[in-house]
Design a binder for this molecule. Structure first.
Ligand SMILES: [Zn+2]
Length: 340
């Protein structure tokens, strides 16, 4: 697919087997990765990296300590999921080197976003700027990952459903933090419609399904990067996840937890919840609390606390959470069909 505008992907190397024998073309390179993805990729990639650095933690002081030990190189190659790619982005940005991104699962959009998601004192921060040159999408390599994790990659595209609605709500309430753009909302909804049209392909992780997820993210960047915010795809569904992550003090598979957020917040919004839920089921996205070991009383407490959670964090955008009161009765009804 030809995509107009800034996708934050400087060049592409897409196709089954596209990682094969790419290493020897990379000059002197450092790999940022984790054990499992590196084992899966090293022989396919070929070449001899100057160093292989594993993700230890995304805390900035750890990243800086690792950075200080890096040998000189031309290229930083990120191989793995979100954290490995973010580690590579951080190094490439700090050292001013070429970035090559080789996602081995599509579970998050880190491989196309410019900033690296890091932690400072356990709080998420997005820092720096790096564009993959190229982004390597090897369908065969991606299919070595559990299908559920690749399917989780649609989470941040499906969140357009609730997030764009939140932006419209904010605009109507005179509370939008950014100049509102109907064109941006329409463009995002088109991305959502196109990925929904590929449900069967996504479910089976076919070449077309995997590519649909990647294209969706690149198209989202053409909308979000010029505006410098991701309001069309980040809203109340993510805020529920922030609350749960802080409450339970453990990470989640991003697409799963965002899926749970979409399930709940589309109901709070009264925004075609059955339609988006049917799609999540059709595509096989795991969003049930039982899939994430979330207990019923924790989710109840989280929902009860959600408004004060967002109100205490003024940097969070205006969403349905500010507008509609979450009552015990609503929680009771809404959790009825979820699996714990
Ligand atoms: Zn997200």
């Amino acid at each position: 697919m030809e995509i107009e505008g800034n996708t934050n992907v400087a060049s592409q190397r897409f196709g089954a087997g596209s990682v094969e024998a790419f290493g020897p073309q990379l000059g002197r390179f450092v790999v940022a990765t984790m054990d499992v993805p590196w084992e899966l990729t090293r022989d396919r990639l070929g070449g001899q990296p100057a160093a292989v650095v594993a993700v230890e933690s995304m805390e900035v002081d750890v990243l800086e300590r690792q950075l200080a030990t890096l040998p000189d190189c031309d290229t930083i190659v990120g191989i793995g999921g979100g954290q490995a790619i973010d580690l590579a982005k951080y190094f490439a940005w700090r050292k001013g080197r070429r970035l090559v991104s080789i996602p081995t699962i599509l579970s998050v959009d880190a491989f196309v976003t410019p900033a690296a998601g890091v932690r400072r004192n356990h709080q998420v921060e997005y820092v720096g700027e790096a564009s993959p040159d190229p982004l390597v999408i090897d369908y065969d390599l991606l299919r070595t990952a559990p299908a559920d994790l690749n399917i989780a990659g649609v989470g941040d595209l499906l969140s357009i459903h609730t997030a764009s609605y939140d932006w419209c709500l904010a605009e109507n309430a005179g509370r939008s933090e950014y100049p509102f753009s109907q064109q941006a909302v329409d463009g995002a909804r088109k991305i959502l419609a196109d990925v929904m049209a590929q449900a069967a392909e996504v479910r089976s992780c076919s070449d077309a399904g995997l590519q649909a997820i990647v294209d969706g993210y690149m198209r989202l960047n053409t909308i979000c990067l010029p505006r410098k915010h991701y309001r069309v795809e980040e809203g109340s569904e993510h805020y529920l996840f922030y609350e749960l992550e802080e409450r339970l003090g453990r990470p989640f598979i991003h697409g799963y937890i965002v899926g749970l957020g979409i399930y709940l917040m589309s109901r709070l919004q009264e925004n075609a919840p059955d339609e988006i839920t049917a799609f999540m089921d059709e595509v096989g996205l795991r969003y049930q609390p039982v899939d994430m070991q979330i207990r019923r009383d924790d989710l109840v407490s989280s929902l009860k606390n959600l408004r004060s959670f967002v109100e205490l964090r003024p940097h969070l955008w205006h969403t349905v959470i500010n507008e509609r009161t979450i009552t015990p009765g609503w929680i009771e009804r809404t959790l009825e069909d979820l699996q714990f």
